[in-house]
Design a protein around this ligand. Structure first.
Ligand code: AMP
Length: 296
């Protein structure tokens, strides 16, 4: 997977952290690692704290493609108001990300690839170095920042991936369609056959193989910091697909359920704190509850 390893500053109605370890790659790979080992492709600056790197080593995450470059680490400042479903970006400093040109050293192309939320030019650079037919399933994420600043490049990426995982606001902004059913159809036309639209506390929609389904979110009374929910969701979805090797619609539903549950743990604390404490057994416990409340 490729994405950002970041230093974030986050404010939610429940607290504020001026420096917290984040980034789309960090959350994604942490979540995916509960299902399969994952290789992380990203760049950090000279200011990147050793203690953050150690957090990544707590899980089966291969860091041989985590480069350190001259300059400062990607920095994001965001804030959530009473609507915890969408962050307001107050500051984005790309820093070392602007010059990142990874040279992949895999002896064999991996079968699953996720292009997490990052510059679409970088997503393309990674995709260019990995070959089909060895690649079985490639999916990507994006956000309003890239939809606004790199729309053309993003559309090129979309012609080359099998799946897109975005939230409802991003799906609407990307397609200019207010209706999510129509938005999913437009995204299919742009390339991806599998479209997953996340709706925060309202669950998610899966469109795949001419079928679709609706999954609830795991109900929580205390959401502390939603940052990273989307990346953790995608990490668990991709991790489960890679673990099972099954790309059928039914298995995709099971993957989305894993994404839902894993993200529910992320939002219960700042940064990666709750994922660091998480066990596979706890994921399974919540999966059983999700199954019960979503079936009739
Ligand atoms: P999410 O799962 O959408 O809440 O992702 C939150 C993470 O995305 C934060 O830890 C940020 O560091 C990271 N992020 C914020 N803006 C961007 C951006 N423009 N490109 C890549 N990553 C970003």
């Amino acid at each position: 997977m490729v994405g950002t390893v970041a230093i974030d500053a986050v404010k939610t109605p429940f607290g504020k952290r001026d420096r917290v370890f984040g980034g789309s790659a960090s959350y994604f790979s942490y979540a995916a690692s509960f299902f399969v080992p994952v290789a992380l492709i990203a760049v950090v600056g000279r200011d990147f704290p050793e203690e953050y790197r150690m957090i990544l080593t707590e899980r089966p995450i291969d860091l041989s493609h985590l480069e350190e470059a001259d300059g400062k680490t990607f920095f994001w400042r965001g804030e959530y108001g009473s609507d915890l479903n969408s962050a307001q970006t107050l500051e984005t400093q790309l820093n070392v990300l602007t010059r990142f040109d990874p040279k992949l050293k895999f002896t064999q192309s991996p079968p699953y690839l996720f292009l997490a939320n990052v510059d679409p030019i970088l997503q393309m650079r990674v995709l260019d170095q990995l070959e089909r037919p060895r690649l079985k399933f490639v999916a990507c994420d994006t956000m309003n920042y890239w939809i606004r600043t790199k729309r053309q490049e993003l559309q090129k990426v979309l012609t080359r991936v099998d799946g897109l995982v975005v939230n409802d606001g991003e799906a609407r902004e990307l397609t200019q369609e207010a209706n999510l059913m129509k938005a999913a159809r437009r995204i299919h036309e742009m390339g991806p056959g599998c479209v997953i639209i996340k709706k925060g506390e309202h669950g998610s929609l899966l469109f795949y193989e001419n079928q679709f389904c609706v999954l609830p979110a795991y109900p929580l009374e205390a959401v502390f910091d939603p940052t990273g929910a989307g990346d953790s969701f995608a990490g668990a979805v991709m991790g489960y697909l890679a673990q099972t090797g099954d790309l059928s619609f039914d298995n995709m539903k099971r993957a989305v359920a894993r994404g839902t549950v894993t993200a529910s743990f992320t939002v219960e604390d700042f940064g990666l704190e709750n994922l660091r404490r998480l066990s596979g057994a706890e994921i399974n416990e919540r999966l059983e509850i999700l199954k019960k409340i979503g079936t009739f």
